[in-house]
Each structure stands twice: as C-alpha cells, then as structure tokens.
Design a binder for this molecule. Structure first.
Ligand SMILES: Cc1cc2nc3c(=O)[nH]c(=O)nc-3n(C[C@H](O)[C@H](O)[C@H](O)COP(=O)(O)O)c2cc1C
Length: 195
C-alpha cells in the first residue's frame, strides 16, 4: 500500500498518521483565563529539545472555526501546565475532550481535582504523575488550520510516588498514550541490548 498524501483527504491522513506514529503521549493541558480553568487533552504533542527545554503541541479550531479554548488562553496569557494521563484518570481525560463553550471550566464540570503548586501557573491535575509548567515561545505557521505552539518548560513537578531514586533521578512513570483513536498503557520497559 503506497499512499500519496497530496491527494488524500485530511481525515484519512489523520487516521493513517495516528495509527502509524505511535504511541503518542497525551498532554492534558490546564490553562487559565478570567473565566476560570480549562483542561483538554492533546496528542499532537512531542518533546523538541532539552536546551532550551521545549515541547511542541498542535492545537486546532472548534467546529465554529474559532480557536480551541486552550489555544486562545495560551496565545492570550502565555502559560500552561501540562499534565499526564494514567489508567485511573483516562475516563476523566476523555470527558475533557468534549467541545464546550469558552466559559465552561472542565475541572468543575467533570469533578477533576486540581492543586496549585506555583502561583504564576495554572494548577496541576491532582493525580498527575508529573507536570510541565510551560511558557509560550513561538507559534509555527503551517498554513493550515492546526497551530503548533512551541512551549518552554520552566519547571517540572514529579509526584513523590513516581520517584524511584531522587539522587540518580530514576523515575517510574506509567502513562496512557494514544494509538489511533484508542489508548495504550505504557507499562512495559525493556533494557537496551548489550553490545
Ligand atoms: C486523546 C486525545 C487527543 C487529542 N489531541 C488533540 C490534538 O493534538 N490537537 C487538537 O487540536 N485536538 C486534540 N484533541 C481534541 C481536543 O481535546 C478537543 O477538541 C477539546 O475540546 C479541546 O478543548 P478546548 O477547546 O477546551 O481547548 C484530542 C482529543 C483526545 C481525546
């Protein structure tokens, strides 16, 4: 099967890309505005660099063509807190993907507990194994409807129960990732082969 992407509909490109380029980590992003908090998942999400420490997340538009709330908030105030998803929080994360009016706070609507760790950033989702406190660096113009944002990691939080050894920085993080429209639990680690 060889597929020419230039002549393929966007939905089909998404269907194929999202099953081939796997697993995709899920950024469960908390942003803030004068209306309160906003939480939503994004899996067009990847680490970009460690120096500067940066990630990229691509965010699209709502069905009425206005920017998704996360995109709007990030472009307005330049701050977000990226949380991770576990097997336990997967159902709540999935609920927060519902398209809602800007004014609605998903954490309140779906009963998601949050905890403010840093005064200058949105709170974390209470059960997250880790959180990245990020500031907006740049927007990339791809000429399409999806807007990749480069975000700088200013601080990292790791839940104490996910730290194996504080001195050697060994962690045990088991998160949920996306494979096509389904989910995968990343819980099997193999050692690299010995040369
Ligand atoms: C697992 C998962 C991953 C998603 N990844 C993306 C993504 O990378 N980009 C995007 O624009 N929407 C993505 N969505 C859809 C958004 O979560 C959804 O449009 C949400 O309503 C956006 O919320 P907001 O308007 O509060 O920002 C994803 C949904 C799910 C369930």
């Amino acid at each position: 099967m060889l597929i020419d992407f230039d002549t393929l509909e966007v939905a089909k490109r998404y269907k194929l890309m999202s099953q081939c380029i796997v697993p995709r980590p899920i950024a469960w992003i908390v942003t803030e505005s004068s209306n309160g908090l906003n939480a939503a998942p994004f899996s067009y999400f990847a680490p970009l660099s460690s120096s500067p420490a940066a990630v990229v997340v691509s965010i699209g538009h709502k069905s009425d063509s206005t920017p998704k709330d996360t995109l709007k908030n990030l472009l307005q105030n330049g701050k977000c807190t990226i949380c991770a998803v576990t097997a336990e929080t997967l159902p709540k994360m999935h609920q927060t993907a519902t398209e809602l009016d800007y004014e609605i706070d998903e954490t309140k609507l779906f009963g998601i507990e949050t905890k403010r760790l840093l005064p200058d950033f949105p709170p974390i989702i209470a059960d997250t194994p880790y959180a990245l406190f990020c500031t907006f660096m740049q927007k990339i113009d791809l000429g399409g409807k999806t807007v990749p944002l480069i975000l700088k990691i200013e601080n990292l939080y790791i839940s104490p129960q996910n730290v194996l050894d504080e001195n050697s920085l060994e962690l045990n993080i088991q998160t949920v990732a996306r494979v096509g429209k389904r989910y995968a639990l990343y819980d099997k680690i193999v050692e690299p082969p010995k040369n």
